[in-house]
Design a protein around this ligand. Structure first.
Ligand SMILES: Cc1ncc(COP(=O)(O)O)c(C=O)c1O
Length: 394
């Protein structure tokens, strides 16, 4: 008798399961718009030139363990990138930034920390949200609820405010800083002001997830929500990642920043976050953080990264326009404005599960059942095929 004899087979991850189906599809015209990875105009995941150069400039060296909280050059540079060079919260010693296993690791370490050292036991995520938010916070011991977010015309802002207003004090609220996954609809600056004020008034704990810094409008404007929360003087957490912005997906390069009320509180929280890391994976890996630190601190590599990031952002924008035009030309029955009104790597097309299944089975175009497509995987060679398929099922 094995201890595993009654273990049930878990359902396949909705996104990774889609990739498996895609790989098994014999169609020569197939297009994978399921997974959230940026691809260039030739359909390849690019190795950024700034990353390639940084890797050649880093002298091969022994790999002892990094400190539990990560490479100091990296965490310092990330804090400046995320909070800005003259952030009062940073200058006042209220921000603790630790290296994590990408954005996912930051969310998990943050969730573990909150459960271990605060009374927080309930978290609200947007409806819909990145699938892993619910799973990750549930595993960390939270009760997970949702706040309203989506209408086909944009953010359901009044209902969002009503849901946050109804939340009990101490509730953690996960907010997407920019490029909301999966809808592509972001809050306006004025809406962020209202959310910052409301979370303060209701004594909620904002946990800002910024997985796409630089993909909406630029590195500084995309971090505006974090700057606003920091200016409010209230405690909050921020998870950040270089998976998308530096194309360092497999290197797992991210950070968790915790903003506290005082330097003394920051020191105590920093001591506790070390325990959260130590009991998960002990200390983070060296290579990706060394690459990112080099890019962030070397002026010429930093300028190259800015230019490459701008190139990715502009290409996504062009593909959004091209998709809207191609949908109209193909006779898509429905509103095509979603393509250009939304930002970032994803679009919510408004197509139903049945239509998405038809897209896959009849046309080899793979998106999620909830109608999400990765516009960062479109290119001049496949956008016409995708639009024609979407028009056919519309
Ligand atoms: C909203 C959101 N948060 C976090 C992540 C985590 O990505 P990573 O762990 O590669 O940083 C993703 C990735 O798709 C995401 O979409």
């Amino acid at each position: 008798m094995s201890i595993f004899s009654s273990v049930e087979l878990a359902p396949a991850d909705p996104i990774l399961g889609l990739t498996e189906q895609f790989l098994a599809d014999a169609s020569t015209q197939k297009v994978n718009l399921g997974v959230g990875v940026y691809q260039d105009e030739t359909g390849r995941v690019p190795l950024l030139e700034c990353v390639r150069r940084a890797e050649t400039e880093i002298t091969p060296a022994p790999r002892p363990y990094l400190p539990i909280v990560g490479l100091p050059a990296y965490t310092g540079a990330v804090r400046e990138l995320v909070f800005g060079a003259d952030s009062p919260a940073v200058a006042e010693g209220r921000v603790t930034t630790v290296q994590t296993l990408s954005g996912t690791g930051a969310l998990k370490v943050g969730a573990d920390l909150l459960r271990a050292v605060t009374a927080a036991e309930r978290v609200l995520i947007s409806d819909p949200s990145w699938e892993n938010h619910r799973a990750l916070f549930t595993r960390a011991g939270f009760q997970v609820g949702t706040y309203a977010y989506y209408t086909p015309q944009g953010v359901a802002f009044d209902r969002l405010l009503a849901d946050l207003r109804a939340a009990a004090p101490g509730t953690v609220v996960v907010l997407h800083a920019c490029c909301h996954n999966p809808t592509g609809f972001d809050l306006t600056p004025a809406q962020w002001d209202q959310v910052v004020a409301l979370t303060a008034e209701r004594d909620l704990v904002p946990f800002v997830d910024m997985a796409y810094q630089g993909f909406a409008a630029g590195l500084v404007p995309d971090a505006a929500a974090i700057a606003r929360f920091a200016a409010s003087g209230r405690p909050f957490l921020a998870a950040t990642s270089f998976s998308k912005s530096m194309g360092l997906y497999g290197e797992r390069v991210g950070a968790l920043s915790i903003v506290t009320a005082s330097p003394d509180e920051a020191a105590r929280v920093a001591s506790q976050v070390k325990i959260a890391i130590r009991t998960n994976y002990s200390s983070p890996p060296t290579h990706g953080a060394a690459v990112a630190a080099r890019i962030l601190t070397d002026p010429s590599l930093r300028a190259m990264w800015d230019a490459e990031l701008t190139g990715m952002r502009d290409r996504i924008r062009q593909m959004r326009r091209a998709l809207a035009d191609a949908l109209v030309a193909a006779g898509f029955r429905g509103d095509v404005s979603f393509a250009t009104a939304q930002t970032g790597m994803f679009s919510y097309t408004g197509l139903s599960a049945e239509q998405m299944i038809r897209l896959r089975s009849e046309f080899g175009v793979y998106g999620t059942d909830r109608g999400r497509i990765c516009v960062a995987a479109l290119n001049p060679a496949n956008v016409g095929t995708v639009a024609a398929a979407m028009a056919a099922v519309s």
